[in-house]
Design a protein around this ligand. Structure first.
Ligand code: EPU
Length: 426
């Protein structure tokens, strides 16, 4: 397994960085490619990430033809043949997000068997909201031997009020509803930009989805869907990660093609801290002077609140800003593990249930640390750029799930960072 080695302490990031298509958009978009019985679907601006390969395997496992042209960052899917209705454990167990194939397979085939996703380090992550919604649409659901089986010859439109605006459940139910009989109304729906991106593709496929980006989705079922072409929306979390990297290193970085509106909750907090954020014609420029930044309080919430996927990286910034900052994590119950790793670098913090108090601005020292999940891996690398001396970050399989060429991009901005394989550095 690879290690990232960072020489920290004096890095000031400068220049411009290009952002990929969003992981959390492309995964449900790939699930949507299961739906069309006519025509091929072309996805452009696809990020080259291990989670994308996993989802490709889930789709291919359904007997669907899929070609990934990595050079062009395009995926072409042909689901017009006879498809299978079972998503095997082998792939579903690798990635929780693969549960979003349940709705599309069921809607198209009248039957679906999907392995129950396994455990997760950031929280318990049940799928009750996905299943309750499908049941309201008339599906019979059973869970036996680690598999979820759902059956409904034809799903029926339903009124669904979600207890919590779950991103995955909203996506699953939205896709299922496109081929249901009648109208489905999903209230308290998730409003993330990735939900909007999925609705845009579904509508290009001939679906009738209204209200995406608001808390009420109205989906009128249609008989059939057809293939379509679509550019995956830019990754607001990757963009946000580079914004924080620039802020932490007193940098001046243009994050090309970053979308201001999608990053508003993060930009509001950066600005409150004293970071200079400017919208330019081709992206967002972040300028900062670390010595002048002020501590803040942040609470993660569903969109348009502050994203939980930026929490770990933001705590890295809090760790280097003088004074006491507070981070409240309300979306996942176990997403502070990176703070324990940062403790190895000299960070003083206290965690009480969903609240972390971070005593920032102490001298941090490089240390060997381990990624505990995807966003934690980015947070540790960012902290390593500011900590004095050498930081070694391991368990990069987490990083590769969601960041393409992360260390190359940081290096191009001036970070002293290398990635070495085990063989080279032992
Ligand atoms: N929840 C339930 N029941 C459900 C579904 C969710 O209680 O049926 C709870 C979860 O346990 C969690 C909360 O609702 O506490 C939020 O879960 P949600 O369903 O919204 O998350 P998700 O769809 O599983 C997506 C992203 C995550 C991101 C969350 C929240 C993808 C592929 N994943 O997960 O991304 O953290 O939304 O914004 O879109 C990441 O990229 O690092 C990542 C973990």
């Amino acid at each position: 397994m690879d290690t990232i080695i960072i020489e920290g302490g004096s890095t000031r990031l400068k220049g411009q960085v290009t952002i990929e298509g969003a992981k959390n958009a492309v995964l449900p978009l790939l699930a949507a490619t299961i739906l069309p019985q006519e025509g091929k679907t072309l996805l452009r601006n696809v990020p080259i990430l291990s989670d994308v390969f996993t989802m490709n395997n889930v789709v291919k496992g359904l007997n669907i033809a899929l070609e990934f042209n990595q050079e062009k960052k395009e995926i072409l899917v042909d689901a017009t043949g006879d498809i299978l209705d079972e998503a095997p454990y082998e792939y579903v167990s690798q990635m929780r997000a693969s549960i979003v194939v349940l709705g599309p397979i069921l809607a198209r085939q009248g039957h679906a068997k999907v392995s129950m996703p396994g455990g997760c380090s950031i929280g318990s992550r049940p799928i009750d909201l996905h299943l309750k919604g499908l049941e309201l649409m008339g599906a019979k659901i059973s869970q036996v031997g680690g598999d979820i089986t759902a059956t409904a010859k034809k799903l029926k439109g339903a009124n669904i009020y979600m207890d919590f605006p779950s991103v995955g459940a909203t996506q699953n139910l939205m896709m299922a509803a496109t081929l249901a009989d009648g109208v489905t109304v999903i209230e308290n729906a998730a409003r993330e930009p990735e939900i909007v991106d999925l609705a845009v593709l579904l509508n290009k496929m001939g679906a009738d989805v209204k209200g995406a980006g608001t808390e009420t989705l109205i989906i009128t079922g249609v008989e059939r869907l057809h293939g379509a072409e679509h550019d995956v929306v830019q990754d607001r979390i990757e963009a946000g990660t580079f914004m924080i990297a620039a802020a932490m290193t007193s940098g001046d970085v243009l994050i090309k093609d970053a979308i201001w509106e999608h990053n508003r909750p993060l930009l509001a907090k950066l600005t409150e801290m004293g970071v200079e954020a400017t919208e330019e014609a081709d992206g967002i420029r972040i300028k900062s002077d670390l010595t002048k930044l002020k501590p803040v309080t942040v609470k993660t919430l569903p969109h348009p609140g502050f994203p939980t996927d930026m929490q770990a990286q933001f705590t890295a910034l809090m760790a280097v800003v003088n004074g006491e900052s507070t981070m409240i994590e309300t979306v996942f119950e176990n997403r502070f593990q990176h703070l324990e790793e940062m403790r190895r670098m000299g960070l003083h913090s206290e965690i009480l249930r969903d609240t972390a108090i971070i005593h920032g601005g102490q001298d941090l020292q490089g240390a060997p640390v381990m990624s505990t999940d995807l966003r934690a891996s980015a947070a540790l690398i960012l902290t390593g750029m500011v900590a004095k001396g050498q930081t070694k970050v391991t368990k990069l399989n987490h990083l590769d799930r969601g960041y393409y060429q992360f260390h190359e991009k940081l290096k191009a901005l001036g970070a002293k960072i290398e990635r070495v394989s085990e063989v080279e550095h032992v």
